[in-house]
Design a binder for this molecule. Structure first.
Ligand SMILES: *Cc1c(COP(=O)(O)O)cnc(C)c1O
Length: 362
């Protein structure tokens, strides 16, 4: 190799997305990437299709109409919103703009893998704070962060555990961190949650100039293919992100579909309701067969398996794959004995339940 990248880059393990095929099976059911089983809003699809007439045009680099629509839907000032190529890009950009080699980045033990990649890309030091019952522990995060963390990442609810912390706990976290520490609250699954003590952190981003909230169109809006996300924060942070993002980072079809999707509250409600029922069904059925299911609130379940030979998570994964059911092993998250299973259509949830009950009984 005649060219070496910056130190640390070759230590990064590239992010491995959920599998999409089951060998030898033509129409497998993909429950490995927390995609929306209902598809997307029909209004978003038709906006996407209409946009195909304008593929020769550059998109609006400021995504003005999209930010206005997001602002209107959420009661937020569009000037405090920046859109990205998935919320993933915005997390990357925060790292690019705010992290220097040696800086400390903190996350919760089973936090989303992308945070680690963001830290490593900048040569930052990455510290994990132990969880309690697969749930972020604010005291542990504060202790790990100390006085000198540069960024604390919190997914709320978290992927792959599905657990959340209450709004008062998120507030306590912000209050306990020094002003020089940025708190990033990744709310990719916020729209699915209806627990009374859960709330978005938008209000904290209003009160504090060092809080960033990220949202995505990939989950409840069912537009993962278009790569669209957004961040809400103080104008000073939005200004920084606008300087480091690509000038046309969000493409034209994504903008048009995104505007239609954020306005289609009916589709969002139907998706959330479908998920609420599917999640309850999966938790009840899998729990009923003696599997340990972490009580999550996202669009997936985290299921734990014993270490008994023939009954492990890897065995269950192979058993499901052989039946065309693709789920997500989470060994890369430090959970070799668990599988993450996205809530699918009713018939697919039923297939998973039937297959796992056969697996457990065998
Ligand atoms: C799915 C997911 C996202 C969304 O990523 P996009 O880049 O917007 O598709 C962000 N954070 C978490 C924790 C997720 O699970």
């Amino acid at each position: 190799m005649s060219l070496e990248p910056r130190p640390g880059i070759l230590d990064i393990k590239p992010y491995k997305p959920g599998a999409a095929d089951a060998p030898g099976i033509s129409n497998p059911v993909k429950l490995s990437s927390n995609e929306n089983p209902m598809g997307c809003s029909p209004l978003a699809r038709s906006a996407f299709e209409s946009s195909s007439r304008n593929l020769n045009l550059y998109p609006d680099g400021g995504a003005v109409r999209l930010r206005a629509a997001i602002g209107e839907a959420n009661g937020l000032d569009p000037d405090r919103i920046v859109c990205g190529t998935g919320s993933d890009e915005l997390l990357q950009l925060l790292g690019r703009a705010y992290l220097e080699p040696g800086d400390k980045v903190v996350q919760s033990q089973y936090g989303f893998l992308v945070y680690r990649l963001v830290a490593m890309q900048s040569g930052a030091e990455f510290v994990s704070a132990d969880e309690t019952d697969y749930t972020a522990n604010v005291d542990a995060i504060l202790k790990a962060a100390g006085e000198n963390a540069r960024i604390v990442f919190l997914a709320n609810p978290n992927n792959p555990t599905g657990t959340y912390i209450s709004h008062s706990e998120v507030r306590r976290l912000r209050e306990g961190l020094p002003a020089s520490t940025m708190l990033v609250v990744d709310e990719a699954y916020a729209e699915y949650v209806d627990e009374p003590d859960y709330e978005t952190a938008f209000d904290l981003a209003n009160e504090y100039d060092n809080v960033v909230v990220t949202r995505t169109f990939s989950k409840i809006h069912g537009l993962a293919a278009l790569r669209l996300g957004w961040a809400y924060a103080d104008k000073s942070i939005i200004d920084v992100l606008n300087r480091v993002r690509g000038p046309f980072n969000v493409n034209l079809p994504a903008i048009e579909a995104g505007i239609a999707a954020i306005r289609d509250t009916d589709f969002q409600k139907r998706s959330a309701e479908h998920n609420r029922q599917g999640l309850a069904f999966m938790r009840q059925q899998l729990g009923g067969m003696g599997l340990d299911v972490t009580p999550g609130v996202g669009n997936f379940v985290l299921v734990h398996f014993p270490e008994t030979k023939g009954k492990t998570a890897m065995d269950a994964d192979a058993f499901l794959t052989a039946r065309g059911l693709i789920v997500r092993p989470v060994a890369a998250y430090g959970m070799p004995n668990a599988l993450r299973i996205t809530i699918g259509l009713d018939r697919d949830n039923r297939k998973v339940v039937d297959a796992l009950s056969e697996f457990v009984a065998a």
